[in-house]
Design a protein around this ligand. Structure first.
Ligand code: AMP
Length: 385
């Protein structure tokens, strides 16, 4: 891929696709990790003398309409504070935009535009006509062929990779191509069906696989344990059976868990051996003994890949598993990479961000890259090199 840092940017109109899809509540930004991650790219482009235009999506609005709560306007102010320089906001931009030389402008949500998600050629051409150089810096959306990630790169005069996208790919390749062993992956969370596929491809690469959340529940059930009313995807049991039968990878099944009777914030957690779970129990976290096993594996790892919490870490009584895992990764000497929306919030809650070697901004893209899939937006940049 052509690299943004290798180009002469002075006087050029740069259109940068970032992923500014931050969690919002009534216009208030709940976590600004993704915004902090893009400031270096924007500052570099600005200091190099470029006129900077930024586009991103936010949430999942209905295409062709405008949802005020999913406007990027508050993000422009937040970026301006982080960058310590003015960031303008443009609501109407797609039909033509005259940016002041040397300015920085954030465009309104690309998903308000008809044709964005279907990668409409006409829309992609309009985007491409706004700039001299298109920069894709949005790893988190690289697994989607949308007009602002894929089509625009096809039609722009020059299409290149931004520093953040390049850093993400470099860090992931470091962990996947020639990792320091043992390579340990942790996969937790709730979206069982989307993650069992990644687990299958991880089994070919990793030495140990630690499972948590709904994935651990599904594997426990597949091993014949009673998991009561816990989160589990029954049509995934067959896949889970195959996974736990893998003899070449160390996959420790939880030996104890923390259960509640209700999925509620103030529910009290009761530690039980996995053979003691009753029909009305919900497994909401891993127990102390399982965590000790996990900590040992983490502390002897050479490389760690982490996606998904081990339990319902948002509820204080079920947060211990994810907290102890985060702390063990922080303590370990291994090269560690964490990715995925909820994993990032867990890292922020337990304040271990500085001790993790690389925090990927990608969720779905992170998983697909680890699976070895070709990400369409990256493939398009490669074809333009
Ligand atoms: P994901 O987006 O797949 O990474 O899932 C993250 C979510 O999984 C978090 O909001 C957790 O609260 C939830 N989660 C983790 N463990 C469990 C569990 N045992 N039961 C229900 N939800 C869980």
């Amino acid at each position: 891929m052509i690299q943004m840092r290798d180009l002469s940017l002075a006087g050029q109109r740069l259109l940068i696709r970032e992923d500014l899809n931050v969690p919002l509540s009534n216009g208030k930004i709940l976590d600004n990790t993704r915004l902090k991650a893009v400031t270096d790219t924007i500052a570099f482009a600005h200091e190099s003398g470029a006129t900077v235009m930024i586009m991103s999506h936010l949430g999942r609005p209905e295409e062709g309409g405008i949802e005020p709560l999913l406007s990027l306007r508050p993000i422009a102010s937040a970026l301006s504070i982080l960058l310590k320089m003015p960031v303008n906001f443009a609501e109407n931009w797609i039909e033509g935009f005259e940016a002041k030389a040397g300015s920085i402008t954030l465009f309104e949500n690309v998903r308000f535009l008809k044709g964005e998600q279907s990668n409409d050629e006409g829309l992609a051409k309009k985007m491409a006509s706004l700039c001299d150089i298109f920069v894709n810096d949005a790893f988190a959306t690289a697994h989607r062929a949308h007009a602002s990630t894929h089509g625009v790169a096809k039609y722009a005069s020059v299409a290149c990779s931004g520093p953040l996208l390049t850093a993400e790919i470099t860090a992931l390749n470091k962990a996947l191509e020639n990792p320091k062993r043992p390579l340990v992956a942790i996969v937790g969370g709730a979206k069982v069906s989307t993650k069992l596929e990644i687990i299958q491809s991880l089994l070919e690469k990793v030495d140990s696989l630690i499972i948590g959340g709904g994935i651990a529940n599904t594997c426990l059930k597949a091993s014949g344990k009673n998991i009561g009313a816990s989160l589990c995807e029954n049509d995934m049991i067959k896949t889970a059976e195959k996974i736990i039968k893998d003899t070449e990878t160390n996959i420790p099944l939880p030996v104890d868990v923390v259960c509640g009777k209700k999925f509620a914030e103030n529910e009290v957690g009761v530690r039980k051996k996995t053979c003691e779970v009753s029909p009305d129990d919900m497994i909401l976290d891993l127990g102390e003994e399982s965590l000790q096993q996990i900590e040992k594996i983490i502390l002897s790892a050479g490389t760690i890949l982490w996606n998904g919490p081990l339990g319902v870490f948002e509820f204080p009584n079920f947060a211990q598993g994810t907290k102890k895992l985060a702390q063990a990764i922080a303590k370990s000497e291994a090269f560690s990479i964490a990715g995925g929306g909820d994993t990032l919030s867990a890292i922020t809650s337990f304040n271990v961000g500085d001790e993790i070697s690389y925090i990927s901004t990608g969720g779905g893209a992170f998983l697909e890259f680890v699976e070895g899939k070709t990400l369409p937006a990256i493939a398009m940049l490669e074809s333009r090199s």
